[in-house]
Design a protein around this ligand. Structure first.
Ligand code: C5P
Length: 311
């Protein structure tokens, strides 16, 4: 049922990391079956959607990584808006402004989260009244990580990653991210993974039980030994210099160091926020990466921000 449209809506949507990422052999459609545990972390892109009288959809990208993002119809946010517009016969258009702080092609679902934010924003802007589960269905068509970006928190991902169910997680974890120069193409990393391992020996993907119990315990030390990422070997094969970044973080006292998703972002788990700051400073001074960010997780998925108060 349609509800009254808004003139402008801003949605904040988080980056994701994979605490466990188990990848099976490629399916006939080329995608890889996954068993993954996602966590949303407090590193956000904001998408502002402004109503247009005509049916055009435009996009402008601002912020840290703006130059790395296509501002044309290949932008996943534009595709998200177009999908809603076509499926629900919307006559109005939208001007989208994406404020980026999540690295582009960094293995943190930056593009997927912009698409998730756009679905939430346009649902409100155009008064479509779609439920969360309807949005998740559309999100799955846009990309494997998009449904999780709607849901947020900590969740299990099956299928190609698009079948999401929340998992219990206690407390807050403290993460540091070393953002590398340049991105890695997700399909290229999957291809490298297939090249590196003989297909017949690949097991079906599974989530490690010790990961789920570490999340329930809320203990960083338990989580540190339960983290895993099948994509790491492939990302390191394509970008061997990342091994030095991971090792540097461990030498500086990180509880764990791992490639984030398909990379090249490196993630580090710290015991508390004070140690996370120390690690972030050391990494920033090391010259090993382009930028360092610190964020807690878990946090919710894409959410409408309150409208600014006009004085
Ligand atoms: O779903 P998404 O568009 O994010 O995926 C980008 C690309 O990553 C896919 O075209 C595919 O090559 C690869 N991929 C995969 N298996 C998955 C998810 C993504 O092979 N489970």
């Amino acid at each position: 049922m349609r509800v009254p449209p808004n003139a402008q809506v801003t949605v904040r949507s988080p980056a994701k990391i994979n605490l466990g990422l188990s990848v099976g052999p490629p399916r006939p459609d080329g995608f890889h079956p996954l068993a993954t545990v996602y966590q949303a972390v407090a590193l956000y892109d904001d998408v502002t959607a402004t109503l247009r009288d005509d049916s055009a959809i435009t996009v402008e990208v601002v912020g840290d990584f703006a130059v790395d993002v296509p501002a044309d119809d290949s932008n996943l946010a534009v595709r998200a808006a177009r999908m809603l517009q076509v499926e629900f016969d919307v006559e109005e258009g939208v001007d989208l402004t994406i404020r980026k702080t999540i690295p582009v092609a960094g293995g943190m679902a930056g593009g997927s989260t912009d698409a998730a934010a756009t679905l939430v924003a346009c649902n409100r802007l155009w008064g479509l009244g779609l439920s969360q589960s309807e949005l998740e269905r559309i999100a799955a068509e846009l990309g494997s990580d998009v449904p999780f970006c709607l849901v947020g928190h900590t969740a299990l991902g099956r299928g190609r990653g698009e079948q999401v169910t929340e998992v219990m997680s206690r407390g807050t974890f403290h993460w540091v991210f070393a953002i590398a120069d340049g991105g890695l193409s997700t399909p290229a990393v999957y291809k490298e993974l297939d090249r590196l391992r003989p297909l017949r020996r690949v097991e079906s993907p599974e989530v490690r039980p010790e990961l789920l119990s570490a999340l329930l315990s809320g203990q960083s030390a338990a989580l540190a030994v339960a983290l895993s990422n099948d994509m790491q070997a492939a990302a390191l094969s394509l970008r061997p210099e990342l091994a030095a970044t991971l090792q540097f973080g461990l030498d500086q006292g990180a509880l764990a160091a791992m490639i984030s998703g398909s990379g090249p972002t490196c993630l580090f788990l710290s015991t508390d926020s004070r140690r996370a700051v120390d690690l972030a400073v050391a990494l920033a001074e090391s010259g090993l990466c382009r930028m360092v960010r610190q964020a807690e997780g878990p946090v919710p998925g894409a959410r409408v921000l309150p409208a600014p108060i006009n004085r």
